[in-house]
Design a protein around this ligand. Structure first.
Ligand SMILES: O=C(O)CCC(=O)C(=O)O
Length: 328
């Protein structure tokens, strides 16, 4: 029995994820992180505090994020082939530090244990809103996905505390209850992420998920995580597992299998994430417990209906005539 599951979600076989998630999204993360195989409990590496020199004010950070990013030659092709890309200098160190401090405040009341997470901050915080709706971040996503009109699924603060374990191997198509593969997530570390802090790492190849499609999920223990890493090793799939310099931001397709290492440093690993999808996607007919409390992200929408609620603003491209674009 997994201690994070209720009677209803624990029912059935270990790969039966049909029940709806009946807790909140913090409880979901506690459950999900429990599905990762542990690593060695090495001593925590001392990491210096982030620079605290003069920081830009909030309007300056917002102005920075409003400037579109020039994609390096080959970035869109690399994303299409590999399923992910890591881009340099997407944010300045000053903007990252201002955002990091804001996320520390926004996470102050969270209760999650291994990965403290929070979504939908953009609804209340102008800085997070400016970041996740920004021409810079959303613009990169649109260019990589090759779609003009993207909607926001949700933002997320992902704070892995010192000593917290690995994030299990997964691809987001298993998580998001959307009927589209045109879904992309950004992972913006708000401090450098050395190897010991647990960078996000990616199984190379947009089609790699096909090798793993028949592996039975395990909602109780760590066997799925283990099976994915074994299958990747057996197939000789290259895993991109590199530190992130401050300012590096990764972008991964919903099809890309990824994991993150344990945080074996003395400082929290703070990340601002966000997920976007091409306008026109619908909520799948049967969302599962792996989607957590998805109704928070796509309210007033039933399975099978277009995912176009007021919480899914259009972030790039032309606004629709029906006013469902709102906030830009
Ligand atoms: O931050 C992490 O450890 C996991 C994040 C993740 O899986 C994602 O952003 O898709």
């Amino acid at each position: 029995m997994n201690p994070h599951l209720s009677q209803a979600t624990a029912a059935g076989a270990a790969d039966d994820v049909a029940p709806a998630w009946d807790g909140d999204n913090e409880q979901w993360w506690d459950w999900y992180m429990s599905l990762a195989e542990g690593g060695p409990e090495t001593a925590l590496v001392d990491v210096p505090e982030p620079e605290s020199g003069p920081l830009p004010d909030e309007p300056a950070v917002i102005a920075e994020l409003a400037v579109p990013y020039e994609l390096p030659l080959g970035a869109a092709g690399a994303f299409a082939a590999d399923g992910f890309v890591v881009l340099p200098r997407v944010v300045t160190p000053g903007a990252a530090e201002v955002l990091r401090r804001r996320l520390v405040d926004l996470l102050a009341t969270t209760t999650g244990s291994s990965l403290r997470a929070r979504e939908m901050m953009w609804l209340e915080d102008p800085l997070v809103r400016a970041a996740v709706l920004s021409p810079r971040i959303a613009g990169i996503c649109a260019a990589l996905l090759g779609h003009d009109t993207l909607r926001l699924y949700h933002d997320s603060a992902l704070c892995k505390e010192p000593g917290a374990g690995r994030t299990p191997w997964h691809h987001d198509a298993h998580h998001f209850p959307l009927d589209s593969h045109d879904v992309i997530s950004t992972w913006m570390p708000l401090q450098a992420v050395p190897a010991a802090m647990g960078p996000l790492s990616f199984a190379r190849g947009m089609d790699t998920w096909r090798l793993l499609a028949d592996l039975p999920f395990d909602k109780v223990g760590t066997s799925y995580d283990l099976r994915v890493s074994e299958a990747l090793r057996e197939a000789g799939v290259v895993v991109h597992d590199e530190p992130f310099a401050l300012g590096d931001v990764s972008f991964h397709s919903t099809l890309c299998f990824h994991t993150a290492g344990a945080n074996r440093t003395t400082r929290p690993r703070m990340v601002l994430g966000a997920t976007y999808y091409a306008d026109g996607a619908r909520v799948i007919d049967h969302p599962t417990m792996v989607s957590g409390d998805w109704r928070l992200f796509v309210p007033d929408t039933e399975p099978g209906q277009p995912a176009a609620s007021a919480r899914n603003p259009i972030v790039t491209g032309p606004l629709p005539d029906d006013g469902s674009g709102l906030v830009r």
